[in-house]
Ligand binder design. Sequence first.
Ligand code: ZN
Length: 145
Amino acid sequence: MSLTCPKCSDQNTQRLSLAFESGISDVTTRTSGAAVGIGRGGIGIGIGSSKNKGTSQTALSQRAAPPKKSSYLKIFKYWFIATLLSQIFLRNTTFREIVAVTILVAAGYAIYRAFMFNRDQWPALHQTWQKSFICLRCSNIFEVD
Ligand SMILES: [Zn+2]
């Protein structure tokens, strides 16, 4: 088993799953003074002291994250929202029913696709992830057999 990075030949490598776990930490940060933050919602100015508690994840850990399974809950949420909106805004009863059936069929297909992905592709992706290493010098991700 070689732990040398195939890209830069450095031996400073780490198992991907370990890099993922060690990069997540529960943090409590305290910021004080004046701060100007520009975010998605606009510009915010804060003065004083604030305490933030949460989970922090390093960029390395984010890169080393395991492959995600398709979410049925997400499909259900989209189905629910689309159905709700169409029922509220569509006045024509026949058209409303056609739209509702179309959304249901689309959701059914999405669930089928998610099921197939989780059953056929995800296990292999996860296995590859478990066997992979990350180079801590050039951040190249590579598989070790
Ligand atoms: Zn490397």
